[in-house]
Design a binder for this molecule. Structure first.
Ligand SMILES: Nc1ncnc2c1ncn2[C@@H]1O[C@H](COP(=O)(O)OP(=O)(O)OP(=O)(O)O)[C@@H](O)[C@H]1O
Length: 248
């Protein structure tokens, strides 16, 4: 099977200071990769490099044929920490902004139809005329997810979609991602270990370098060995194993 994305010896830097070094990673069809690591470890930088928003200093990123020749093959839900509550844009227009390519905003009739369909699927069609600043955190992330899915991507990249979100919606959001994962590959950055252990299939621990784990089980010793501290929550019988599959 040809990978959707193959990253080889990737090094990225800001002002000549490297934040990612010699990173290798493959993302295949229907992968659900959780990306964890400390603040400032380089998670968002990795996503930006994959999206072509940041030019690597060294190494290369090769895309499989499934990601080529499409208008927007990768959907992106960026990290949103602050939102200008007064910014005058409606929910519907935020979703349609997912069609912007090379700075050109000219949504087609199909894209408008798709936007409406996604809002229905996400249960938020009734708020389509509301200004984005009027929404709850959960509603806002749903809108951003619709935006990321507008182009029918083969790969969906999400950077902390659980920000601003309450527990109930968090569960709904991840169930939605699980359903999407039947068709498309997902890369998810999250600080929430419960999420990582319950929903993702594999894990990448990013702290300047990248350590890949081909399962969603990871031990505390591994995390310490990789200098990849995260909040430790234990479940089940094995007290030193974290990120194990579990039900609440
Ligand atoms: N545009 C930029 N210019 C200069 N330095 C940057 C820039 N963006 C990120 N950095 C630095 O690069 C490092 C990695 O940042 P990055 O945002 O990739 O980390 P992260 O793992 O996503 O962190 P967090 O968990 O806080 O979101 C940090 O030290 C950060 O300060």
């Amino acid at each position: 099977m040809k990978p959707l994305v193959k990253i080889e010896n990737l090094t990225c830097a800001y002002d000549k200071i490297p934040v990612l070094e010699n990173v290798n990673l493959e993302v295949n069809e229907r992968d659900f990769l959780g990306v964890i690591g400390p603040n400032g470890g380089g998670k968002t930088t990795l996503l930006k490099a994959i999206l072509g928003l940041l030019k690597p200093v060294k190494g290369k990123i090769v895309f499989g044929s499934d990601l080529q020749g499409r208008k927007k093959p990768i959907g992106y839900l960026p990290q949103v920490r602050h939102i200008d509550k007064k910014f005058p844009i409606t929910v519907f227009d935020v979703v349609l902004s997912g069609s912007i390519m090379n700075g050109i905003y000219r949504p087609s009739a199909e894209e408008r139809q798709k936007a409406e369909q996604l809002l229905v699927e996400m249960g938020i069609l009734d708020i389509r005329h509301k200004a984005i600043g009027e929404l709850s955190g959960g509603q806002m992330q749903r809108v951003f997810l619709c935006r990321a899915l507008l182009s029918d991507p083969k790969l969906l990249i999400l950077d902390e979609p659980d920000t601003f979100v309450d527990n109930r919606f968090e569960g709904e959001l991840y169930e939605k991602l699980r359903a999407l994962n039947k068709e498309i590959a997902i890369i998810l950055v999250s600080h929430d270990v419960g999420t990582i252990s319950t929903y993702v299939k594999t894990i990448a621990c990013v702290n300047k370098s990248l350590h890949y784990h081909p399962s969603n089980i990871i031990t505390q010793e591994q995390l310490e060995g990789y200098n990849c501290p995260i909040q430790v929550i234990t479940h089940g019988e094995v007290p030193h194993t974290v990120l194990q599959y579990h039900h609440h």
